[in-house]
Design a protein around this ligand. Structure first.
Ligand code: TYD
Ligand code: MG
Length: 456
C-alpha cells in the first residue's frame, strides 16, 4: 500500500526506530524490537516563526490558575475509592491492569452497576453482550443506565460515545481495540498508544472519566508498552494468584492520590466482596503459634508485601546435613547459616535446614534476610515468633543488621496489614515521620538483639 512503511517499536519501553535493532536504543533491552506497519500522519505541524499563526494555548502564571475542587465520582466500592485517592476524578483516565481471569471485568462491572446517577458506556472487545449480562445478573441488579456495546473499532466507539454521551466510559480491554488509521493489529504498541491517546484526548476535552482495563504479561508488566503507563493518570494493579481467593488492588501510579493505598477483595460466588479488615488474611497463619514461621516485609519493584518464611531445623541424621530451599537463594541461606553459627551458636554441621517462602514466590529482596534468620532460629529453639510481628533487614557477614530501602513503605504496609510489631535495622528511620504510626517499632542492630527481642 502506498505511504505505508515499517517502523520498529520496543515492546518494553515503546521507543520507535526506523530499522530493526537487536538492542533497544532507548532502554537497552535485547530482542524487544517488533515490526509494525504505519502510515505517516496526515497532520503535519508547521511552526512559523513570523508569528502569523495565533497560538491556541496561552501560558499563564501558576498563581493565576483557577482551581476548583476536583470533582470526584465516589465509587460504590470503598476499597476502590481508597485506592483511587477518594474517588474517580472527572476527566481522568485510569488503567486497571491484571492477569487474565483475576477479576478486572468483575470489579469494574460490579461498581458501575451500582452507580445510578450517570449514564455509563461499557465497551467490551472481549465478551459478548450475553456473557456480560449473565455476569451482571450474578453480581448485581442490572440497571438501565449502563449501556453495553461489543466493539473493537476506535472510530465506532467514538460514534457510540457521540450518540450516548456517557458520564463514564469503560473500555474492556485496551488491548482489543484498534484504530482504522493504523495498519498494525490490536494490542500492538502503536495501536495501544494511539487508542489510549485518543481516549485521553476525549477524557480531557469532555471531563468524562475513562476506565481502561489492560492485561498484564507473565513478567508482571502491562502488556504492550510502558507508554500506556505514562499516558494514563492512574494505574491500578489487580493481583493475587488465581487459585487464591483474595485479590489485592493497589495503585502503582496515581496523579490524584497516594500510591501506598491497598484494597483487598475476596472472590466469592456473587462477585467480589470487600475485605475491610486485611489482617484476617494473615490471621490463619499467625494465630497458630507455630515455631519456624516468620513474617518478612519485602519490596518487589513498586510493590511491598508481607511474606511468610517457613523453616524447619532438625538434627542431621546422616553425616552431611541437608539444605533445601524454596524461593530463596541457596548460597545466601548458607551464608546466613554461617552467620548464625558464629553469632548465636547455631550448630551448623549438626542440623538439617529446610527453608520455604510461602506462596511459591521467589524473592530477591535482601531485606528478607532477617525473616529467614528468625524463622530458622524459631524452629531451632522451637519457640514461635510472637504473633503479629514482622521484620525487615539485611544481614551482613558479621551479623550486623543493615538498613534497607523504603523502610517507611514497609512499615506502613505492615501496619496496614494488621501487624503490631516490626523489627527494623537501627538507624534506618532517619527522616521518617513516625508520629502517625501506631505499630510498635523495635530497632535492632545485630542478629543477637533480634533473637533476644523475639524469644527472650
Ligand atoms: P473476570 O472478571 O472475567 O476476569 P478478567 O476480566 O480479569 O479476565 O473474572 C474471572 C474469574 O472470576 C472467573 O474465573 C470466575 C471468577 N468469578 C467468580 O468466582 N465469581 C463471580 O461472581 C464472578 C463474576 C467471577
Ligand atoms: Mg475481562
Amino acid at each position: 500500500m502506498k505511504g505505508v512503511k515499517s517502523v520498529w517499536f520496543c515492546s518494553s519501553c515503546g521507543a520507535e526506530s526506523p530499522k530493526w535493532e537487536g538492542k533497544c536504543p532507548a532502554c537497552g533491552e535485547w530482542n524487544t524490537m517488533v515490526e509494525e506497519k504505519s502510515r505517516p500522519s496526515r497532520k503535519t505541524r508547521t511552526i512559523s516563526p513570523s508569528g502569523s499563526r495565533a497560538a491556541a494555548s496561552v501560558p499563564v502564571p501558576v498563581s493565576a490558575i483557577e482551581t476548583s475542587d476536583e470533582a470526584r465520582i465516589r465509587m460504590p466500592s470503598a476499597e476502590l475509592n481508597r485506592v483511587l485517592g477518594g474517588g474517580l476524578v472527572a476527566g481522568s483516565i485510569i488503567l486497571i491492569g491484571g492477569e487474565p481471569g483475576i477479576g478486572k471485568s468483575t470489579l469494574v462491572l460490579q461498581n458501575i452497576l451500582s452507580i445510578k446517577s450517570r449514564t455509563i458506556l461499557y465497551v467490551s472487545g472481549e465478551e459478548s453482550a450475553k456473557q456480560i449480562k449473565m455476569r451482571a445478573d450474578r453480581i448485581g441488579r442490572p440497571s438501565d443506565n449502563v449501556f453495553i456495546v461489543c466493539e473493537t473499532s476506535l472510530q465506532s466507539i467514538m460514534d457510540h460515545i457521540e450518540a450516548i454521551k456517557p458520564g463514564l466510559l469503560v473500555v474492556d480491554s485496551i488491548q482489543t481495540i484498534a484504530s482504522d488509521e493504523l495498519e498494525s493489529v490490536a494490542g500492538s504498541v502503536s495501536q495501544v498508544r494511539e487508542c489510549a491517546s485518543q481516549l485521553l484526548k476525549y477524557a480531557k476535552e469532555t471531563a468524562v472519566p475513562v476506565m481502561l482495563i489492560g492485561h498484564i504479561t507473565k513478567e508482571g508488566s502491562i502488556a504492550g508498552p510502558k507508554v500506556l503507563e505514562h499516558i494514563v493518570d492512574a494505574v491500578l494493579q489487580f493481583e493475587g494468584d488465581s487459585q487464591h481467593f483474595y485479590r489485592l488492588l493497589r495503585a502503582i501510579k496515581n496523579r490524584f492520590g497516594s500510591t501506598s493505598e491497598l484494597g483487598i477483595y475476596e472472590m466469592c460466588q456473587r462477585g467480589l466482596r470487600e475485605v475491610s479488615n486485611p489482617s484476617e488474611m494473615l490471621l490463619s497463619h499467625t494465630d497458630d503459634d507455630l515455631s519456624g514461621v516468620a513474617v518478612g516485609v519485602t519490596v518487589e519493584g513498586m510493590r511491598s508485601f508481607l511474606i511468610e518464611v517457613q523453616a524447619l531445623v532438625s538434627t542431621a541424621a546422616y553425616g552431611t546435613p541437608q539444605r533445601t530451599v524454596n524461593g530463596f537463594d541457596y548460597k545466601r541461606m548458607n551464608m546466613l547459616l554461617a552467620v548464625l553459627e558464629k553469632r548465636v551458636g547455631f550448630k551448623l554441621a549438626a542440623k538439617d535446614v529446610f527453608l520455604n517462602i510461602a506462596g511459591g514466590l521467589k524473592v530477591s529482596d535482601p531485606a528478607l534476610d532477617l525473616a529467614v534468620v528468625c524463622a530458622i532460629l524459631s524452629s531451632n529453639v522451637d519457640m514461635p515468633v510472637p504473633p503479629r510481628t514482622c521484620m525487615a533487614g539485611e544481614i551482613g557477614l558479621s551479623g550486623e543488621i543493615r538498613p534497607v530501602g523504603r523502610i517507611e513503605q514497609r512499615i506502613r504496609e505492615a501496619e496496614k496489614l494488621g501487624m503490631e510489631t516490626i523489627l527494623i535495622p537501627r538507624h534506618n528511620l532517619k527522616g521518617v515521620d513516625t508520629s502517625s504510626l501506631s505499630i510498635r517499632i523495635v530497632e535492632v542492630a545485630k542478629v543477637e538483639e533480634a533473637f533476644r527481642a523475639l524469644f527472650a
